[in-house]
Design a protein around this ligand. Structure first.
Ligand SMILES: Cc1cn([C@H]2C[C@H](O)[C@@H](COP(=O)(O)OP(=O)(O)OP(=O)(O)O)O2)c(=O)[nH]c1=O
Length: 191
């Protein structure tokens, strides 16, 4: 019997790049298409956990370990949307300007024996007070597109971020410390 496979239940190229930093190359990429609507009153942390778990379960296989993640930007109890248009991205940046917010990055691992394990990484991020000009320049960059909270820390946005407390990889989409620990606990062979 060969070693169990690693299946990444994600369409995100960022998650593929991040997992490579643990020395791992998934045997398969199997994105899960699930309904990503938060339930009424659902807290950001609960929502991130539920999404990661549902993605892992949707892609479940008895052939290997299925890893999924979900990244949520939260301003207090509010879940910020994934910015798909300029108006949404601008609203997110205006809200995040000059204040702390949290990024919840949940991961879930479905093992071949059917068990599901989860971890959560929480990072506090502080943006400088953004001028109208800074917001418009960021909008023009297009880097916000498809990103939770309307920004991508791995791009020019980091020049507007004063402080982060937590996991940089978690903000990008896959918290590496938690991912390594989760795989190890589940018995996956990782250095
Ligand atoms: C805050 C922030 C988010 N993001 C991205 C990471 C995620 O891709 C996205 C949040 O959406 P997710 O639903 O977590 O992931 P996804 O839709 O890209 O991929 P999949 O569900 O198939 O795994 O926002 C960044 O790339 N950088 C950042 O700084």
């Amino acid at each position: 019997m060969g070693s169990p496979k690693l299946i990444l239940a994600s369409a995100s190229p960022r998650r593929r790049d991040l997992i490579a930093r643990l020395g791992l190359a998934p045997d398969a990429i199997n994105p899960a298409d699930i309904d990503e609507t938060p339930t009424k009153g659902e807290l950001p942390r609960d929502y991130a956990r539920r999404m990661a778990r549902e993605k892992a379960e949707a892609a479940a296989s008895d052939d290997g370990f299925v890893l999924a993640g979900d990244t949520v930007v939260a301003a207090g109890r509010r879940i910020l949307p994934k910015a798909e248009d300029e108006t949404t991205a601008r609203q997110c940046l205006e809200l995040l300007s000059g204040r702390r917010h949290r990024v919840m990055s949940a991961i879930a691992l479905h093992a071949p024996d059917g068990t599901v394990r989860e971890r959560l990484s929480e990072t506090v991020v502080l943006f400088k007070r953004l001028s109208g000009q800074e917001i418009e320049a960021y909008i023009a960059s297009g880097e916000w597109h498809g990103k939770a909270g309307g920004y991508a820390i791995q791009g020019i946005a980091e020049g507007l971020i004063t402080r982060i407390q937590g996991s940089h990889s978690g903000v990008v989409g896959l918290p590496l410390y938690e991912t390594r620990a989760l795989l190890k606990t589940a018995g996956f062979d990782i250095a």
